[in-house]
Design a protein around this ligand. Structure first.
Ligand SMILES: *Cc1c(COP(=O)(O)O)cnc(C)c1O
Length: 374
């Protein structure tokens, strides 16, 4: 069935990116971060492709995401990075999902769930080494370690890992990277002297995995690089291959006279008689409305700027005297091979990061996996 717009996801690119990251990780394991629908690429499909490419762990933000992986039959070690109250932790323990604890109350909640589940929970302690987001810092750290080790001695919990997250890894050389690295080393050292025996210590996101070898420890946690987008645009692509191509078939092509106002508010007006094409993808699909009169797409082999405002379901492009037929494919962004913009280029134009461009592509846009056996 043809659909008006679709996101084509190159699963081989995901596998290849993981292989590249693994090589760069110098012996550390790879946890592919597949939260938020694998940054828009499709949770289960992307997770399978990452595992096939050599990842040995998966990382998600929310417990529901981990349970969806289990429902789909994905059995790889999976870490939930957010710890919030009232989650179905008993089910998490029963289904062998690794949990994060960055506060004492969460240890208590997880222990209670483990008792009900009748087996120990696997927990990674989260250290706040300077981002001031999740995790324990200051005096809370020894208290958290202490609570976790007591629960481990009681048989309800296994302290499987310890980790932290970098605030400025996308700015190599930023002084906070070295400061967080030192803080992490000190906090892990404290926990180990207190008796913790961690399976995995981990700190590096994509940017650190590619630019900060000292941050690799036992495991790296690449997200954006898994999908082929650079975590440090100023340093180029690192040889990564973008996995997502967003396409839409032109819905309508028509000639209009000079002076025609286009789309809501008439923020674009044709300078002369010209051909307009309607592209059936809008902000309801994740095309940013801030991209009105700004973002480019590839149509008929040439770059065209969005003419006028992006609507909920569609936008318009001005083709001049070029020809395009209804049904012809318009490429919004992709790896760039055919001259189309990349998600990075859209992000630069909009003053945001590529993460937001791919992650916001909505559930109304079907994901297609070309080349995968159905
Ligand atoms: C999202 C996330 C990552 C991945 O970050 P990227 O910059 O996309 O590589 C790593 N670790 C944690 C804890 C995360 O939440």
């Amino acid at each position: 069935m043809r659909v008006p717009a679709e996101a084509r996801v190159d699963l081989d690119a995901i596998g290849g990116n993981i292989a590249l990251l693994r090589e760069r990780a110098g012996g550390a394991e790879v946890m592919a971060m597949v939260k938020a629908e694998a940054y828009g690429h499709g949770l289960v499909e992307a997770a399978r492709a990452a595992l096939a490419g050599g990842a040995s762990w998966l990382g998600v933000a929310k417990l529901a995401e981990a349970l969806r992986l289990r429902d789909a039959g994905v059995t790889a070690r999976t870490l939930v990075c957010l710890g919030v109250p009232g989650e179905p932790y008993e089910e998490a323990v029963a289904r062998d999902v690794d949990l994060t604890a960055g506060a004492g109350w969460l240890i208590e909640e997880i222990v209670a769930a483990a008792e009900r589940a009748g087996r120990p929970a696997r927990v990674h302690l989260k250290a706040d080494t300077g981002m001031s987001r999740g995790g324990a810092a200051g005096d809370d750290w020894p208290a958290l370690v202490d609570a976790a080790l007591k629960a481990e001695a009681g048989g309800h919990l296994r302290v499987a890992g310890v980790y932290s997250h970098l605030a400025c890894a996308d700015e190599p050389g930023h002084p906070s990277n070295a400061a967080q690295l030192d803080a992490f080393t000190a906090m892990v050292g404290h926990a180990e002297r207190a008796g913790a025996r961690f399976e995995v210590r981990h700190l590096a996101n994509s940017a650190a995995a590619l630019t900060l070898p000292e941050a690799r420890f036992d495991l790296v946690r690449p997200g954006i690089a898994t999908y082929g987008l650079t975590p440090v645009p100023a340093l180029g692509t690192f040889g990564l291959r973008p996995a997502m191509t967003l396409v839409a078939d032109a819905a309508l092509v028509k000639r209009v006279p000079a002076g025609s106002g286009v789309s809501y508010g008439h923020t674009y007006r044709t300078e002369r008689e010209t051909t307009l094409a309607v592209v059936p993808a809008g902000y309801g699909d994740g095309v940013p409305r801030h991209g009105s009169n700004l973002l480019e797409v590839l149509a008929g082999g040439r770059r065209r700027r969005i003419a006028g405002r992006v609507c909920m379901d569609q936008f318009v492009i001005d083709l001049g005297d070029d020809e395009l037929a209804a049904g012809d494919e318009v490429v919004l962004f992709g790896p760039g091979d055919r001259g189309e913009p990349t998600a990075q280029e859209w992000a630069d134009a909009l003053g945001t990061i590529s993460y937001e461009i791919v992650t916001r592509i909505g559930s109304r846009v079907p994901r297609a996996y070309p080349g995968r056996a159905l």
